[in-house]
Ligand binder design. Structure first.
Ligand code: KG4
Ligand code: ZN
Length: 343
């Protein structure tokens, strides 16, 4: 099986990106992503609008992925799709599409956990990225997730900790919203922070036991801080935007790094693989580089297009499951809640 060329069509529709990819074994031939602009006016993803946009996007996106890969659908060996976790209406669009296409082509169907896909994105064969050796610690950081996972092999994953409330990307986006920045504000905080002083202001770090995270308290303390300061000076945000962004970013990054250090201490593992859209953050990357030099950690970050939600990462899980002939029947259903390695 390993030496044969297998073509896999992968579909991702768990949140607000409609994506389709074609892989030849572990190599990505195409990875088409249609982002949904409709949500920016609302400052966050509106589930009902997301599922409607998926319905509009799915057929053209799949067509484009096949065309870019120069593959006819008759050449496909299997179809992989995101089963969960995610928004149920969004997941349903991808699930139903994948099911009908698999039945039409009479090929196997592969159900993929989105969180496992963020981690296995590191295994996409690509000259620009290196593969972490087992065992490693994976930290998935995005607008929807914040998890630290111990990865023993492709299919043995243990969640060591996760957020109890907001995801780290939400912490960035909600803070940005308080500062009057547009959605998604994470990249803008990163941008303004570059010329700011991270120690200009101080925000409290939450006291959460073990390897779990909490970001909702930080958002509240930033809100109270801004209310107090703008009462004294209505132009406070405008005058101090770079310093405020730098201080917020510094606090968030230190929360992440503290937990990562604890995970390293507990497991003895110093191979760190990060993923998710927040992995683009320049301060996180800088801190990881510092720990490589200071503590001998090794860090791995996939190409950015494989960090944010994308179907190529669904396809790589599909490839490993295809090797194991791990297929699902047509009565498979979408799972809004889908615990990693859980039922
Ligand atoms: O993985 P992703 O594209 O979508 C999901 O949420 O699943 O992640 C998007 C999140 C948003 O919250 C966005 O603000 C954040 O990633 N983000 C960043 C940066 N680039 C994207 N946050 C901080 N710094 C960045 N450079
Ligand atoms: Zn995601």
């Amino acid at each position: 099986m390993k030496s044969q060329k297998k073509y896999i069509l992968a579909i991702e529709s768990s949140c607000d990106d409609t994506s389709a990819a074609v892989l030849c074994n572990d190599v990505v031939l195409s990875n088409v992503i249609a982002a949904q602009e409709v949500h920016s006016a609302y400052g966050g993803v509106v589930p009902e609008l997301a599922s409607r946009a998926h319905q509009q996007n799915i057929v053209p996106v799949v067509h484009q992925a096949l065309a870019k890969a120069n593959i006819d659908k008759k050449q496909l060996s299997a179809i992989a799709f995101t089963q969960g976790p995610g928004l149920v209406g969004s997941l349903l669009v991808g699930t139903s599409f994948a099911k009908s296409m698999a039945i039409g082509l009479n090929i196997p169907l592969i159900a993929v956990n989105h969180m496992q896909a963020h981690i296995l994105a590191h295994f996409i064969r690509d000259a620009e990225q290196s593969v972490p050796p087992f065992p490693f610690l994976a930290m998935t950081l995005s607008g929807g997730h914040t998890q630290i996972v111990l990865v023993r092999d492709h299919f043995t994953l243990e969640v060591l900790g996760e957020t109890l409330d907001d995801a780290v990307g939400e912490a960035f986006d909600k803070s940005a919203k308080l500062l009057g920045l547009p959605y998604p504000g994470g990249p803008l905080i990163d941008f303004h922070a570059k010329t700011g002083n991270p120690y200009a202001f101080e925000f409290p770090k939450p006291k959460v036991p073990d390897l779990n995270f909490s970001f909702s308290g930080l958002k509240t303390s930033i809100l109270y801080f801004l209310q107090r300061k703008t009462k004294e000076d209505p132009d406070f945000i405008e005058k101090n935007l770079n310093d405020i962004c730098a201080a917020i970013q510094h606090t968030i990054v230190e929360i992440l790094m503290d937990k990562l250090q604890l995970a390293v201490t507990r497991t003895g593992i110093t191979q760190i693989a990060i993923g998710g859209g927040v992995a683009a953050n320049s301060a996180i990357r800088k801190r990881l580089e510092e720990e490589e030099t200071r503590k001998g950690w090794q860090s791995y970050i996939p190409k950015f297009e494989y960090c944010t939600d994308n179907a190529a990462m669904i396809g790589i899980v599909g490839y490993f499951k295809l090797l194991n002939e791990d297929f699902v029947a047509q009565n498979v259903t979408a799972k809004a809640r889908f615990v990693l390695n859980g039922p």
